[in-house]
Design a protein around this ligand. Structure first.
Ligand SMILES: C[S@@+](CC[C@H](N)C(=O)[O-])C[C@H]1O[C@@H](n2cnc3c(N)ncnc32)[C@H](O)[C@@H]1O
Length: 352
C-alpha cells in the first residue's frame, strides 16, 4: 500500500467538513423547532441573552448553539460586542417558510433517516423493502415542508405554463388528479390558483391524506379539493384533464403500471404531468452536490419504498430522462418531453 500524503490530508479535510455538517444537522432542526432562526430573522445583532429571552430557551444552551451556528457560517459573530446576526439571505433559507429557498424541511427528512437506521440495516441485510409508512413520522411533514417551497415558487408561474394547454384547461375548469400527493402541498397550490377547477389528491398513506384534508381546510380550498386514500394503479375516476405526479413516481413499486393506469384515466386530450428529482442520464453526471443529496435520500427512502411494493422496480431518485421516458412509453404514452426544469426538479409532459 502506498499512501499519497497529500491525498490523505485532503480526504481527512473533506471528512472533517462533512462531520461538521452532519453533527450540525440536529442543531439546525433544534433552531427550527425552537423558533431560534425565526426570532433572529430581521432582528439585527443579538446577544445570547437577548435571543434566550425572546425564545424562552435557557441562555447557556442558546450561547453554545449560537457558537455552533457561527462556526458553521450560518450566523455572523462580532467578537467586539459578542452579538450574533442571522443575515437576510440565511434567514430566507432557515427562517422564512414562504421563501423559495426555505430548507428547514430537509432537516426533518434527515432526522427520519437517522431515526430509521435500524430498520434500514435490517432491510439491507435481508433484501427487504421499507414502506413509506414505516418511516419515522417526521419524514412525512418534512417532505411537505421541503417540497412545498419549490411548488410555491415554480408550479403556478413556470411549470404549468410550460405544459402546452394546461393553464388554459385549468383556467376554464379542469378535472385534476394529483397522485402520490402526500400532505397535498402541490394540490393546494394549484387549487388556490385555479378556482374553476376541481382537484382530487390520492395517496396510499392514510395519515398523509388525513393531514392533506386538514391543510385544505386551513387554506380555505375545501370547496374544490378532495383527498382520498388510493394507490397509483387503482385510484378511481376517468376522463381527467390533467393527472399530476409530484416527486413520487420513483417511490412506487410499479411505475410502468402506474403510467398505464394514468393513461387509462385521462381522456385522449389529457395530460400526464410528471415532476421528478433533477438528474442526468448517467451516474457519472449525477456525482455533484444535488445528486449526492438525492442518491442518499434514494438509498434510504425512495428505493426501499419501491422495493416494499408490488413489482419493486426500484427506479431510484436519479433515474434520469431516458429511463423515465421508457417508463412512460411502456405505460402507453406516445409523446414525452421535458417541459422545464429547476436545479432540483425536472418537469415532464406526457400525452397519448
Ligand atoms: C416523496 S413523497 C411526495 C409527496 C408529495 N407528492 C409531495 O411532493 O410533497 C412520495 C409520496 O408517494 C406516496 N406513494 C408511494 N407509493 C405510492 C403508491 N403506490 N400509490 C400512491 N402513493 C404512493 C407516498 O405515500 C408519499 O406520500
Amino acid at each position: 500500500m502506498t499512501i499519497d500524503q497529500a491525498r490523505l490530508e485532503a480526504f481527512v479535510g473533506k471528512m472533517v467538513a462533512d462531520m461538521g455538517a452532519a453533527i450540525s444537522a440536529p442543531l439546525v432542526r433544534l433552531g427550527d423547532r425552537l423558533g431560534l432562526y425565526k426570532q433572529m430573522a430581521g432582528a439585527g445583532p443579538l446577544s445570547a441573552e437577548q435571543l434566550a429571552e425572546r425564545s424562552g430557551v435557557l441562555e447557556r444552551y442558546v450561547r453554545e448553539w449560537l457558537n455552533a451556528q457561527a462556526a458553521s457560517g450560518y450566523v455572523d459573530y462580532d467578537p467586539a460586542t459578542e452579538r450574533y446576526t442571522l443575515g437576510d439571505e440565511a434567514a430566507m433559507v432557515l427562517a422564512d417558510e414562504r421563501s423559495p429557498v426555505f430548507m428547514g424541511g430537509a432537516f426533518d427528512i434527515m432526522s427520519a433517516a437517522f431515526a430509521d437506521q435500524d430498520k434500514l440495516l435490517d432491510a439491507f441485510r435481508h433484501g427487504r423493502g421499507l414502506g413509506w409508512h414505516e418511516h419515522d413520522k417526521c419524514l412525512f411533514s418534512g417532505t411537505e415542508r421541503f417540497f412545498r417551497s419549490g411548488y410555491n415558487a415554480h408550479l403556478v408561474p413556470e411549470w404549468i405554463p410550460a405544459i402546452e394547454g394546461a393553464r388554459e384547461k385549468l383556467e376554464a375548469g379542469a378535472r385534476v388528479a394529483d397522485v402520490g400527493c402526500g400532505f397535498g402541498a402541490s394540490t393546494i397550490v394549484m387549487a388556490k390558483a385555479w378556482p374553476n377547477s376541481r382537484f382530487i389528491g390520492f395517496d396510499y398513506h392514510e395519515p398523509s391524506i388525513a393531514a392533506a384534508r386538514e391543510r385544505a381546510a386551513e387554506a380555505g380550498v375545501g370547496d374544490r379539493v378532495e383527498f382520498q386514500v388510493a394507490g397509483a394503479k387503482d385510484y378511481p375516476g376517468r376522463d381527467y384533464d390533467l393527472v399530476t405526479f409530484f416527486d413520487c413516481l420513483h417511490d412506487m413499486g410499479d411505475p410502468v403500471g402506474a403510467a398505464r393506469h394514468v393513461r387509462e384515466s385521462i381522456d385522449d386530450d389529457g395530460i400526464w404531468m410528471l415532476v421528478e428529482p433533477f438528474a442526468h442520464d448517467s451516474v457519472a453526471d449525477n456525482l455533484n452536490p444535488v445528486g449526492r443529496i438525492y442518491y442518499s435520500a434514494s438509498t434510504m427512502i425512495c428505493t426501499p419504498c419501491s422495493l416494499a411494493q408490488e413489482v419493486g422496480l426500484g427506479l431510484g431518485a436519479q433515474a434520469g430522462e431516458r429511463r423515465l421516458r421508457q417508463v412512460a412509453t411502456e405505460g402507453g404514452f406516445g409523446r414525452f418531453h421535458r417541459a422545464t426544469e429547476t436545479p432540483f426538479n425536472m418537469v415532464f409532459e406526457a400525452r397519448a
